[in-house]
Design a protein around this ligand. Structure first.
Ligand SMILES: *Cc1c(COP(=O)(O)O)cnc(C)c1O
Length: 497
């Protein structure tokens, strides 16, 4: 069966997967969604025998129906290889009543690697399929994490270049070191004198500048983005939920067909939406537990039916979840609006003009599979400390939000179904917050001293991603003003000014 993708804000647009991947975002700001969610028509017993790569093919081939078997398998093999520090790719670790699905064994030790290691290959294949001969130039503004994951994914991928702008004084020293040591002739990392919003604005201006587009085209280039709303990032995230379920069956922890719950620490709503799609494919998931930090706009949405971003933005120890507009929620809204693009577009219009919208009671009824809650900063730290003291297992701050919310869920509902918690970052990525949660006296130590102490405490080897930046040479030292961003891009692409 061919799966097509439609625009959540314009029912008249349907495109094949490769076109949706290439476009990223639709022209009117809508997102691409599959017109039907394919069924996972493979017996669990068979899934239980599959490797991660085989599972990836089983899932992605159901969604990306205009890719040939060879194309898709090549993408998968190039993505899920020795860049990951374990052949399992996404191991499942049991600790204190839940199974932690470790999504942080890739190049930048956070879950964005799961999708960003395959997106470049999907993008290049999509370009070829659609007779695009230009090289693809990925342009990204980053507040720290996504930039590095995108750099690692696109580095040395033929037919692509990647340019990342970050606020020179607005990222952590470790994040900056991770980016400026990036290898690959096709990569460029640039610090700007300005904040993240200014970097973002500069990038958006370049994307929408027709003159620049023409100049690029003449030189054999076109821009694209590696944004988290790209369907080419969402579908690869469905894979690990299927894989985790299959592992639980294989190890005899659950019977084939037994339902489980899934907890996801949520920001942009991409990761949990992938779990929802997995459920819709037929994976036996009962409840999707959406865990927020103090920016609890999603918790409020699930409890009241009102999405309201008009509130104070809080900086927390789980920065990748510090988000007030969860872009991927639009795909769920579209779905519960009865796949009515007009109705969805109206709600999104309200969101951009008034900063809020309210869904109807009929729409709310369809959210019964979701449970939302949040954890504040002290609950998050307590979750890290308690798990460490009880089991010796150390989790990062984002995962700790999920762990704390899961405890609230169990207390509230008494539901003890087997549960998978998405573990979205290595504790080594947020070492200081993690170590301070275990014992505040750690705060006196230096960054790498803390890394070594965490390694000793958790009995886990320091990940390669961290070891590398201890000694790696700085390869990028370009710094510019915000009004020089375009000139920097042109110089890198050797386009005359
Ligand atoms: C991006 C990110 C999240 C949030 O995922 P969404 O798909 O945006 O909901 C959670 N934890 C970490 C470590 C992340 O990098």
């Amino acid at each position: 069966m061919d799966i097509l993708y439609t625009n959540t804000r314009d029912a008249s647009e349907t495109v094949p997967a490769s076109q949706a991947i290439l476009n990223g975002l639709a022209k009117n700001g809508g997102l691409y969604v599959p017109t039907v969610i394919p069924k996972l028509d493979i017996p669990v017993e068979e899934l239980a025998k599959m490797t991660y790569q085989e599972t990836a093919y089983a899932v992605m081939s159901r969604f990306f129906t205009d890719f040939t078997e060879e194309e898709l398998k090549t993408c998968i093999d190039r993505a899920y290889d020795a860049k990951f520090d374990t052949p399992e790719i996404a191991p499942l670790v049991y600790a204190d009543g839940a199974y932690y699905l470790e999504l942080f064994h890739g190049a930048t030790i956070a879950f964005k690697d799961m999708a960003l290691s395959i997106l470049p290959h999907l993008l290049i294949t999509s370009a070829r399929k659609n007779h695009v001969t230009n090289d693809i130039v990925i342009l990204t503004a980053t507040s720290g994490d996504t930039g590095k994951a995108a750099l690692a994914g696109f580095a040395d991928v033929e037919g692509t270049k990647i340019i990342v702008f970050y606020p020179k004084n607005g990222v952590s020293p470790i994040q900056e070191k991770q980016m400026v040591t990036q290898k690959g002739d096709n990569t460029l990392v640039v610090g700007i004198h300005g904040n993240f919003d200014q970097a973002q604005t500069g990038v958006k201006q370049m994307f929408s500048d027709p003159e620049l587009k023409a100049e690029l085209d003449a030189a054999g280039y076109q821009f694209s983005s590696a944004n988290s709303i790209n369907i080419g990032r969402l579908v690869p995230q469905i894979v690990y939920y299927v894989y985790a379920y299959a592992r639980l069956v294989e190890s005899g922890e659950i019977e084939a067909g037994e339902t489980i719950n899934v907890v996801v620490p949520t920001g942009n709503f991409g990761n949990i939406l992938a779990a929802f799609y997995a459920k819709n494919m037929g994976l036996p998931i009962e409840t999707l537990i959406c865990a927020s930090n103090e920016n609890k706009v999603l918790y409020d949405f699930f409890s009241t039916g009102v999405y309201d971003k008009n509130r104070e933005f809080k900086l927390t120890s789980s920065p990748s979840m510090d988000i007030l507009i969860s872009s991927n929620l639009e795909r769920l809204i579209y779905r519960i609006a009865g796949e009515d693009a007009g109705k969805n577009a109206e709600l999104m219009r309200q969101l951009s003009s008034e900063g809020k919208y309210e869904i109807t009671p009929e729409m709310r009824e369809q959210l019964s599979t979701f449970y939302g809650n949040f954890a504040d900063e002290s609950e998050t730290a307590a979750a890290i400390r308690k798990l460490y003291e009880d089991t010796g297992y150390v989790i990062d701050t984002h995962t700790a939000v999920a762990s704390a919310v899961y405890q609230k869920y169990v207390t509230e509902t008494g539901d003890h179904k087997k549960t998978v918690i998405a573990s979205t970052a290595s504790p080594f990525k947020f070492t200081r917050s993690v170590m301070n949660a275990i014992d505040e006296s750690h705060d006196a130590m230096g960054d790498f001293e803390l890394v070594d102490e965490l390694s000793r405490l958790a009995n886990v080897k320091v990940p390669r991603a961290i070891e590398e930046i201890r000694s790696a040479a700085v390869l990028h030292d370009t710094v510019c003003d915000t009004d020089e961003m375009e000139a920097v891009v042109k110089r890198f692409l050797r386009i005359r000014e």
